[in-house]
Write a protein that binds this ligand. Structure first.
Ligand code: ATP
Ligand code: NAG
Ligand code: NAG
Ligand code: NAG
Ligand code: NAG
Ligand code: NAG
Ligand code: NAG
Ligand code: MG
Length: 678
């Protein structure tokens, strides 16, 4: 126990205490009084629990930890009973007065209070026996009522329902261990000038002064509280009458006690004075120690913030160091992870260091993820040096077969420039991942607009027609206008991205090639592309051509005009191909019925008719009957008339069957489920 610690203190201190005991005991009988303007050198208190006298003169009762108690008593007993109690039933306790300055700080972020602190007068016997139990560090609330001789002024910061506390910020008077005297009041004071009540917050962390005055003749107990520095208000907060003769023995100890429960609090006493048969000496406010982190210019808010912020700052600092260390380790790891081979030297400008991509995407944080596609995840990032906004696509690949050719292609694709294609900025190669870096498109992909129920993501017919013409022009560039023929292989609305001017750009070209590169046998050819957009000849031969792109583009045209997905689940559980549905409309001469209802009839009939018919023409099952992209652009621009559309029903049925048989193999959403092994 801590009591033993006290006994084992230095002999000198013991002597000093004995001396104090004798002198004070004698002195207090007559002119007993004391004054602590802070607890500086020479201040001796009997302490239990966490109570400490700090080097700066503060008496700290609790240290901010939970489930603590701290007690500090004036080391010698005070004689509060009259010398010779008269036989008459007149009160036998002398007048006394005490005053103290305290501060309560909470470490709780929500500023919740815990048990508060009390000023107590207890009989000697119970002091040496050690303080019995937990409540207020003195006694427990379930203790037998009235048996403990005790007088206490409590500053309660926790509402104890059991003992009928009024709130969590009150001042109360306890006599013996009966807490139900009803002498309690909301913390505050009556302004001398206006007479109005001003409330105080005990746990504000601000220093406050308490005065307790007992009149031995009238048995009136006055309790007053005010902010530190204020003159003692004339009207007391509490002023009941209670004969203290049952509570106070002829030899009593006066001191402070406080405890914490589940919330950490710090209770401090800054100064204290006491007098018997006379007013307690005035505490010199100017000489008092300062509460920790108390800033005279700062508000209590900033004090609280500091109390919370200081440990936080140290934690953050620690985390920062840990982060730095991991960073260094990671930096070392970059070199092991990133693959660089000799042949890559020639693609130098297009190779982006892994480190840069990690930094750009904050180590591929989920919050930076733009979406997940059939090939992998796409992250948004900002390149460290150029501050360029980019989209980083992580493509996993299992074999490095054909990687050299693929990279060669990526590098050459990087040289493509057109206002309707998403610029590929570069790549980075890891052991089993390829990172492709594209220009970031702030308005996202077109599918978002087509299938959203959000009215903000609505595209008018004019916007749609512009997008269609833009994509046609981008695809024409890939097929015919560049030095090589580039087959896109995955045209669909999610690969049509919108830049900040809502200008449509085609992304992800050539990527699907990664999956059927190097496969020579027909059976092992992995079909790449997205179902519903897939030309029938691809499902047969696995060979992509510009005309298979035209097929997908045709489906895309129907999709944009009707606002319907290329493949829809039918009510009967089967699937409906958009191409079939539109073809039926065409046969019934009701094409305009298929136009997206979200447009609410606001569209150019000639244009929608043209686009729907062109869509059917492009998605013709027989590749040879499809137009080239150059022709498509001419039809869209009205430079040449659309040929009369007369496809036979059988060809379309063939197409449907091919697609249906494919979809029965697996998921209809993405090719990835068909690619196997991944
Ligand atoms: N350059 C980009 N700028 C902005 N967002 C992008 C960019 N590229 C892709 N995205 C977003 O990331 C999502 C996922 O793209 P991803 O290409 O991986 O999948 P997908 O287009 O649905 O299918 P696929 O894998 O067949 O291309 C897209 O839907 C789009 O919203
Ligand atoms: C001391 O406290 C105990 C309970 O812990 C009580 O029974 C006893 O009466 C007290 N002694 C005095 C002298 O009040
Ligand atoms: C209260 O204290 C008494 C003795 O001091 C003890 O027997 C009792 O268990 C305590 N009650 C609680 C609730 O702590
Ligand atoms: C005082 O109490 C009133 C009512 O309980 C409350 O509205 C007001 O904010 C309190 N003022 C302070 C300074 O706590
Ligand atoms: C208590 O306060 C009242 C009102 O100010 C005063 O008249 C009385 O003398 C005070 N009693 C003591 C003991 O200070
Ligand atoms: C306290 O006072 C009573 C009566 O005056 C006396 O009998 C008793 O011995 C005193 N106790 C002490 C410890 O002085
Ligand atoms: C108190 O806060 C002010 C600014 O708010 C600062 O300049 C000053 O140094 C602080 N004083 C102490 C003792 O922390
Ligand atoms: Mg895509």
């Amino acid at each position: 126990m801590t009591g033993r610690k006290y006994v084992s203190r230095s002999f000198l201190l013991l002597l000093y205490r004995v001396f104090l005991h004798l002198s004070a005991a004698a002195g207090l009988a007559d002119d007993g009084e004391f004054l602590y303007n802070g607890f500086f050198a020479g201040a001796v208190l009997t302490r239990y629990g966490t109570a400490r006298i700090m080097p700066d003169g503060l008496l700290m009762l609790t240290n901010g930890m939970v489930e603590q108690r701290g007690n500090a008593f004036y080391p010698v007993p005070v004689r509060l009973r009259r010398e010779s109690p008269s036989p008459s039933p007149s009160p036998s306790v002398r007048s006394f007065s005490t005053s103290f300055v305290f501060g309560i700080q909470t470490t709780d972020a929500q500023d919740l209070g815990d048990h508060g602190m009390v000023l107590v007068i207890v009989p000697k016997s119970n002091l040496s026996a050690g303080l019995p139990s937990s409540y207020m560090g003195l006694f427990n609330s379930s203790g037998s009522a009235g048996n403990n001789h005790l007088f206490a002024i409590e500053l309660d910061t926790k509402q104890n329902i059991d003992s009928g506390d009024m709130d969590n910020n009150h001042v109360g008077i306890n006599i013996n261990d009966g807490l139900a005297f009803g002498d309690e009041a909301k913390a505050g004071y009556y302004d001398d000038q206006s007479g109005q009540f001003r409330n105080l917050t005990l746990i504000s962390g601000k220093a406050m002064q308490v005065w307790v005055d007992y009149d031995g003749d009238t048995t009136q107990i006055n309790v007053t509280i005010a902010p530190l520095g204020m003159k003692k208000p004339t009207r007391p907060l509490l002023s009941p009458r209670h004969d203290l003769s049952t509570a106070i023995d002829n030899e009593s100890y006066i001191g402070f006690s406080s405890s914490t429960g589940t919330l950490g609090m710090q209770h401090y006493v800054l100064g204290w004075s006491f007098g018997v048969d006379k007013p307690a000496p005035a505490i010199d406010v100017a000489r008092l120690p300062k509460l920790p982190v108390e800033n005279t210019s700062g508000s209590s808010q900033s004090n609280k913030t500091m109390v919370i912020a200081l440990p936080l700052v140290s934690v953050v600092l620690l985390l920062f160091i840990v982060a730095c260390v991991t960073l260094v380790i990671r930096r070392k790891r970059y070199n092991n992870v990133e693959l660089r081979e000799d042949w890559e030297v020639e693609y130098g400008p297009h190779r982006i260091p892994y480190k840069d991509l990690c930094e750009a995407t904050e180590w591929f944080k989920n919050k930076n993820m733009l979406g997940v596609g059939g090939f992998g995840r796409v992250y948004k990032g900002v390149l460290p040096k150029s501050h360029l906004e980019v989209a980083v696509k992580k493509v996993s690949h299992e074999s490095r077969q054909g990687m050299k050719e693929f990279i060669a292609e990526v590098a050459s694709i990087g040289r493509l420039r057109h206002r309707n294609i998403v610029q590929l900025l570069g790549y980075c190669r890891l052991k089993d991942e390829l990172l492709l870096v594209y220009d970031y498109m702030p308005n996202g992909s077109l599918d978002r607009y087509l299938y959203s129920h959000d009215d903000k993501l609505f595209l008018s017919w004019d916007q749609r027609f512009t997008i269609i013409k833009g994509i046609a022009s981008g695809l024409l560039y890939l097929h015919e206008e560049w030095e090589k023929i580039v087959v896109h292989r995955d045209i669909k609305s999610s690969n049509v991205l919108l830049d900040n001017e809502m200008n449509a750009r085609l992304g992800d070209f050539g990527l699907s090639k990664l999956y059927n590169h190097g496969s020579t046998e027909l059976q092992t050819t992995i079909i790449a592309g997205t179902l519903g957009y897939l030309a029938p000849e691809i499902t047969r031969t696995g060979k992509a051509s510009p005309l298979s792109d035209v097929f997908s583009f045709g489906v895309f045209l129907l999709e944009v005009t009707t606002g319907r997905k290329p493949v829809e689940q039918s009510i009967g559980g089967g699937i409906n191909m958009l191409v079939d549905v539109i073809f039926e409309h065409f046969g019934r001469d009701s094409l305009l019925d298929a136009v997206d209802p979200r447009l609410q009839g606001k569209y150019n009939i000639n244009e929608t008719n043209l686009v729907l018919k062109l869509g059917l023409l492009c998605s013709h099952p027989l590749a040879d009957l499809r137009p080239s992209m150059r022709q498509v652009v001419q039809y869209l621009d009205g430079q040449s008339p659309l040929p009369e559309l007369m496809p036979s029903h059988t060809s379309f049925s063939m197409l449907s069957m091919a697609q249906r048989s494919l979809s029965s193999m697996g998921s209809i959403s993405q090719f990835s489920s068909l690619s196997g092994g991944r």
